[in-house]
Design a protein around this ligand. Sequence first.
Ligand code: OVM
Length: 407
Amino acid sequence: MKIIEGHYEIEVPEGVPVWDVDPYDVDILQDPDEYYAELRSKGPFVYIPKYSILACGRYEETKEVFSDWERFISSRGVGLQDFELEEPWRPKSIILEVDPPEHSVTRRVLARALSPKATAALKELFQETADRLIDELLEKESFEAVVELAEEFPTTVFPKAVGLKEKNSRALVDYGAMVFNALGPDNELRRNAMAMGPTTVPWIVEQCNRKNLKPEGFGATIFAAADAGEINEEQAEKLVRSLLSAGVDTTVTGIGSALWCLAKFPDQFKRLKDDPTLLRPAFEEVLRFTSPVHSFCRTASGDTMVSGTRIAEGSKILCVLGAANSDERQWKEAEKFDIGRRPTGHLAMGTGIHGCVGQNLARAEVAAVLTSIIAKVEEIDFAGEAVWRPNNAIHALDKLPLVFKRA
Ligand code: OVM
């Protein structure tokens, strides 16, 4: 059998439209809305010959595939590569790229480390950091919000929350770019990201060691689970690596996209300032509207059926979360950014047993930044053109020049 992008070529299931598109084309990654709409319009699934994968973008099927961990597994990788056929670029994640029962143990440990109680304890650190940053930005005529706020905030608070002893924001951001681009095909984006390996990976691996972690923080909670015999030392190191893999680029993107939405829709910013109880619903709408993680794959564990489509064992299914989050079958006026919508059930943080384990933390970080902004900033304006940064799994800003006018 022929291998394409690290998995076996599959046959086109009966009745499934063949769509000659490259979902990893730079233009689509930067501006995906038309691609999302076309994907949904073609049916519950399409077959994409370039990569020999199925893709889904309607809400119902995307949710079904994403939440059924028995039929659509993660242990063969959540990118295009099938880990049963090829070695992944790094040892497998023991939470993202495993199924139950292994997953249940590691998930429990990380859920404890990132519990609502653990994140609530960081509230003051988050608020003080956000207030200081926003005060500094108010002094400037304009600023580059991706670097000076969206990256600056998480790379300041997250290493402290984990308990890292060394600061290296560049390595954290670059490692995130590697991890997420690695989920796509062997394209230029992936190759460029992988080229950062030698300057990035050794530092990341080193920080996961117990001796490089403070006695307090998420890292310490993970190693306490090793001391209790729940996991071993090597697993503890891998779970710290998961924090460093998934905790930076995602929150950087969430903050950047929130700023972009508020700058683009000033009426919604005003509404938020007038009613701060909308702060959390506003961020959920940012997530639905921008889908920071635009797509993840699953692999069919056996022959199965979804909405009348036959799916063969070993098929890679690209779940286009961004398309599901803008599906008009699910969302009224889906193309509208409405902070009062309360978009329960959006898939931006996944769903089911693999749903984002850091979501309390992510929401707490963004809440601190937005709380500070609505108190201190009267108006957010663009100071230049916003540019999106193509990434095989993340829909993030590359440049966001902004002006804050003082309240
Ligand atoms: C990990 C991990 C978890 C979630 C997302 C992610 C692809 C990585 O465990 O390393 O990014």
